[in-house]
Design a protein around this ligand. Structure first.
Ligand code: HEC
Ligand code: HEC
Length: 293
């Protein structure tokens, strides 16, 4: 045993260790540290009594409070369901306009619509809703059938050319080539005219003849100047946004035998609250319109 003695300078006991005449002080723990330590011990004992703690063969000591993390999770899920149920109830009973006016409900509807979109729509419209060939971009303000809340709702509820829904959006561009309504030269001329009004390179003489063909056969749906008509889901032909066509060959193909895209009616598959949330989500994507006053 090394000899313990008092250090003259500090008055503190030494540990008795000594190297070359240098001795180590045995400074006691600070008070605050000891108290903290004691508090921790007391807390730990209390915790072990109150909460499940000591592992046994089957499970663990239950603790006086009866707490389980599984039970806490169940409670949280139940609370969240309850909160959601109230908001879903409001969405069901309020008009689309009124949902949009309530910032909290709007946020809830957009989030719910986004989730439903990922489940039901991205396979055709793309995860960013930007569409692709034959599937319209839903982010822009170029609408085939209309961009107000009510119009989008109708589109979703009843689908497009979805024959098993009697209220589906309907209109079929005739197969001018396949059904022999126009001669190949007329189709070629009409295609040149479509190139002209969409600002692309075209044969002037052919486009002039095509204007006549267009007036007689196409204007009823696409409008006198090719501005489109939402009544018939007929696209505007004067811009660069297109569903199917990019060049002359694809325009000719569309006039010969149109694609007549189909979108399912969602009314039969999704509940009303989900369709309303989808409507609001699509409306909020950027191209949403207000009804004309
Ligand atoms: C099977 C493919 C398919 C699925 C799935 C689909 N769509 Fe469509 N959607 C289409 C097609 C095709 C059109 C364009 C039809 C046409 O030529 O008018 C369209 C058009 C639309 C339009 C009209 C756009 C406009 O410019 O007026 C909206 C809005 C729309 N879809 C939303 C949705 C939503 C929301 C979902 C999911 C609930 C969905 N779609 C799922 C194929 C689909
Ligand atoms: C009964 C209405 C109707 C008539 C008539 C009609 N169209 Fe269409 N057209 C549509 C619809 C609806 C579409 C959307 C695509 C589809 O359904 O195939 C379309 C699409 C097109 C497209 C493709 C647009 C795009 O965005 O990709 C072109 C080009 C076109 N029509 C040209 C014509 C020409 C030229 C004529 C006359 C020879 C004509 N259409 C007559 C309804 C009509």
């Amino acid at each position: 045993m090394a000899k313990r003695e008092l250090d003259d300078v500090t008055g503190t006991e030494t540990t008795g260790h000594e190297w070359d005449g240098i001795r180590e002080l045995d400074t006691p723990m600070p008070r605050w540290w000891l108290w903290t330590y004691a508090a921790c011990v007391i807390f730990a004992v209390g915790y072990v009594i109150a909460y499940p703690a000591i592992p046994l063969i089957h499970g663990a000591t239950p603790g006086l409070l009866g707490y389980t993390s599984r039970g806490a999770l169940q409670q949280e899920v139940a609370d969240a369901r309850l909160a959601q149920a109230a908001q879903l109830e409001s969405i069901k009973s309020l008009s689309l306009e009124d949902i949009r006016k309530d910032p909290k409900l709007l946020q809830f509807a957009v989030a719910g619509g986004k989730a439903a979109f990922s489940l039901n729509c991205i396979q055709c419209h793309g995860s960013g809703a930007a569409g692709g060939k034959g599937y319209p971009n839903l982010n822009d303000d170029d609408w085939l059938w209309g961009g107000t809340l009510d119009q989008i709702h109708t589109t979703l509820q009843h689908g497009i050319r979805y024959t098993s829904d009697s209220d589906t959006r309907q209109s079929l561009m005739p197969s001018f080539g396949a059904d022999g309504i126009l001669k190949p030269e007329q189709i070629d001329d009409a295609a040149e005219y479509v190139l002209k009004i969409s600002g692309q390179k075209n044969d002037d003489a052919a486009a002039l003849r095509g204007a006549e063909v267009f007036k007689d056969n196409c204007a009823a749906c696409h409008g006198d100047t090719g501005q489109g008509n939402r009544e018939f889901g007929a696209p505007r032909l004067t811009d660069a946004i297109s569903l199917y066509v990019t060049d002359k060959a694809s325009i000719v193909a569309q006039i010969k035998r149109p694609r007549q895209g189909v979108m399912p009616a969602w009314g039969a598959r999704l509940d009303e609250a989900t369709i309303k949330q989808l409507t609001i989500f699509v409306h909020e994507l950027g191209g949403g319109e207000m009804p004309a006053q």
